[in-house]
Design a protein around this ligand. Structure first.
Ligand SMILES: *Cc1c(COP(=O)(O)O)cnc(C)c1O
Length: 242
């Protein structure tokens, strides 16, 4: 099932849309299965779980290399296996957990406060690593303290040069949790509008500001119609979360 869904999505999604497989709460074996079907980008939402899976992956890779060497097989091939997995972080990230996440991910999609952004920049400086991030605006109707207003996002980008260790790659958003498609539609329109304003207001950042991460299992076709460049799909690929 995992294989078929991955392959179907890879065929079905427009070439401008990247598939991020959300593997949170799913066993490591499911990730390996999806990898076998050609999936390369995976996303986790909890630091502990991300770290455990990264380690497990490295162990599996190392043991396959060792076995292949013993058997006199193609070691180069074994070394390549799982080495091109790319991890994204999509959950709420506490500033005291950065070291569990930032060494392993190519993108933090869920930067939802100024405090977190500043902490990531400081970590980057200390570790000489530029971290790619998406900023998360708050548009959904649910009450939450997390996420930026559109004005806050524009203010951050106006001040982008003071974040030397951050590469601003775009916007990540979620629609209101509802069955009402007109609400989801207007949330996606609002997110796409913020993304367009960021790009047009800061032409010098626009070459990097290329990602609009919207769309999950239940709403990704609608998100794509609003210009999504990255869909985050979990349960449709892996089944219900345990
Ligand atoms: C869990 C999660 C997803 C995936 O949701 P599905 O409905 O299982 O596709 C996408 N984005 C974020 C931020 C998530 O936390």
């Amino acid at each position: 099932m995992i294989c078929e869904t991955i392959q179907r999505l890879h065929t079905e999604l427009p070439p401008t849309v990247k598939l991020v497989a959300v593997s949170k709460f799913h066993p490591f074996e499911s990730i390996v299965e999806a990898y076998g079907a050609g999936q390369r980008i995976f996303a986790e939402s909890r630091p502990q779980e991300l770290m455990a899976k990264v380690r497990r992956l490295e162990e599996m890779r190392a043991s396959r290399v060792a076995e292949t060497r013993l058997a006199g097989g193609d070691v180069e091939d074994a070394e390549a296996w799982l080495s091109d997995v790319e991890w994204h972080f999509i959950g709420h990230l506490q500033t005291n957990k950065l070291k569990m996440v930032l060494p392993y991910v190519s993108l933090v999609q869920s930067v939802d406060s100024l405090r977190l952004l500043q902490a990531i920049n400081a970590w980057g400086e200390h570790n000489a690593k530029v971290i790619s991030v998406l900023l998360e605006p708050h548009v959904a109707a649910e009450e939450t303290k997390q996420g930026f207003s559109p004005e806050e996002i524009l203010a951050i980008l106006a001040d982008a040069s003071s974040y030397e260790y951050i590469c601003f790659k775009g916007i990540m958003g979620m629609a209101t949790f509802t069955e009402d498609e007109s609400v989801i539609n207007s949330d996606f329109a609002a997110l796409a509008d913020i993304f367009a304003r960021c790009r047009s207001s800061f032409p010098s950042l626009a070459p990097d500001l290329t990602e609009l991460s919207i769309g999950m299992s239940d709403d990704y076709p609608l998100a794509i119609s609003h210009g999504s460049t990255m869909v985050r799909i979990g349960s449709m690929i892996f089944g219900a979360r345990q």
